[in-house]
Design a protein around this ligand. Structure first.
Ligand code: GTP
Ligand code: MG
Length: 395
């Protein structure tokens, strides 16, 4: 299934049914009273987080969604039937943004969670409702109100505790294969991984965490080079980043330099993300003679002035992998405890996440705008993205 982490759709709720104007007509009853029923409410459009979905691909093909209109009221005081709601299933981890206002309408992070994204119209009243002692034959009714309509952007961010970052070929996918049952492709060329992969790492029974392997980053990624940085947004929900670096790259590039490049890209993408807990994981230690390993790693750490935790592993042989995995588990558990025990800490953490999310969204939007400006230079009739919506730029 194609992994798609962004889609734009239009949702339109149903209009409310109109109230009915009607009078009772019966044999031998000269003036029957009013009997016009109310209309039915219009159907709403809702989104529901479905744990069995992991892509927004369906929303790339169909973009317009409409809920049913409420039925008009009828005579004999019959109310119209309400319009059926339309429920759209989206993957857990989908954020819903109103494209016109930029407002975040909601974040569907729990399986089964639902969110009304377009409220159905309210029903109109039939003339029965207007009967009073002074007006026994009211001719008044009201119309159903229109349903809400919205342009939405759906953004999927995978839910993982740990994110892997690093240059292409650093061994991120090999690492996730060695710690979990996930089987992403591994190859000796850059950009093997094109979409995020998730792996569940079981440290022991009932102790597990989720790790996300995202495509490699290169210098200039924050400005769109390589596969760009839109994948970085998947990291904003993680708590811990593992920064993988190849200790002995075949092209003899300097490992310290590649660590710095990635740090720079993270910083440009989201300063808050760059400040998150990040551990240096020096990979491919098997490529260096045992008596040189420690010394080369020490030099690397010293050159970087790295102050956080450092691990040496060989993702391919599995050396050091279990130890790292256990440390990750312990750290995550401590973190969860802290959040559970200290409401102030939990509040700050939520704030940091929000900050990362805002920075990520602003950065991606800026890139999108820049791309659009480039397109406009080439072609004056160009549309917004590829969804056929015409954009009018404010002067
Ligand atoms: N010798 C050795 N080779 C490794 C190790 N880890 C990964 N490799 C090799 O390095 C190459 C790249 O590994 P991947 O896991 O695909 O790297 P990646 O970081 O996922 O790369 P992208 O998906 O392109 O970003 C493959 O040929 C792996 O077999 C290791 O610990 N030792
Ligand atoms: Mg990979």
């Amino acid at each position: 299934m194609k992994f798609v982490d962004e889609a734009t759709i239009t949702v339109q709720a149903g209009k409310g049914g109109n109230g009915c104007l009607s009078f009772r007509r019966e044999k031998f009853v000269a003036k029957g009273g009013p009997d016009g029923g109310d209309g039915g409410d219009g159907g709403s459009v809702m989104l529901r987080a479905d744990p069995d979905l992991n892509t927004l691909v369906d929303y790339r093909y169909q973009r317009k969604y409409k809920a049913r209109t409420g039925e008009d009221g009828k005579g004999r005081n019959c109310s119209g039937r309400r319009g059926e709601d339309l429920t759209l299933n989206v993957p857990v981890g989908t954020t819903v943004v109103d494209r016109d206002t930029g407002e975040i309408l909601g974040d569907l992070t729990e399986p089964g969670e639902t969110l009304v994204v377009a409220q159905g119209g309210f029903h109109g009243l039939g003339n029965t409702r207007f009967k009073s002692s002074v007006n026994r034959a009211p001719r008044q009714t009201t119309e159903g109100t229109p349903g809400e309509s919205r342009d939405l952007r759906l953004e999927l961010k995978v839910l993982a505790d740990v994110g892997l970052v690093g240059m292409p070929n650093a061994g991120k996918s090999t690492f996730i294969r060695s710690v979990s049952a996930a089987r992403p492709k591994v190859a000796d060329y850059p950009f093997t991984t094109l979409v995020p992969n998730l792996g569940v790492v079981s440290v022991e029974a009932h102790r597990s965490y989720v790790v996300a392997d995202i495509p490699g980053l290169i210098e200039g990624a924050a400005e769109g080079a390589g596969l760009g940085i839109q994948f970085l947004r998947h990291l904003v929900r993680t708590r811990l980043l593992l920064h993988l670096v190849d200790l002995a790259p075949w092209d003899e590039t300097d490992p310290a330099e590649s660590v710095r490049i990635i740090s720079g890209e993270l910083e440009r993408f989201s300063p808050t993300l760059a400040e998150r807990e990040r551990w240096l994981v020096i990979n491919k230690t098997d490529m260096v003679a045992p008596d040189e390993r420690d010394e080369r790693c020490r030099k690397l750490v010293e050159e970087l002035g790295w102050e956080g935790p450092v691990f040496q592993i060989s993702a391919i042989s599995g050396e050091g992998v279990k130890e790292l995995s256990r440390e990750v588990m312990n750290w995550l558990e401590r973190q969860r405890e802290l959040e559970a025990e200290d409401p102030e800490y939990a509040r700050q953490e939520a704030e940091r996440r929000q900050q990362m999310d805002d920075e990520a969204r602003a950065h991606i939007q800026a890139l999108r705008d820049a791309r659009r400006r480039d397109d406009d230079d080439d072609d004056d009739d160009s549309d917004d993205d590829d969804d056929g919506v015409e954009v009018i730029y404010a002067p």
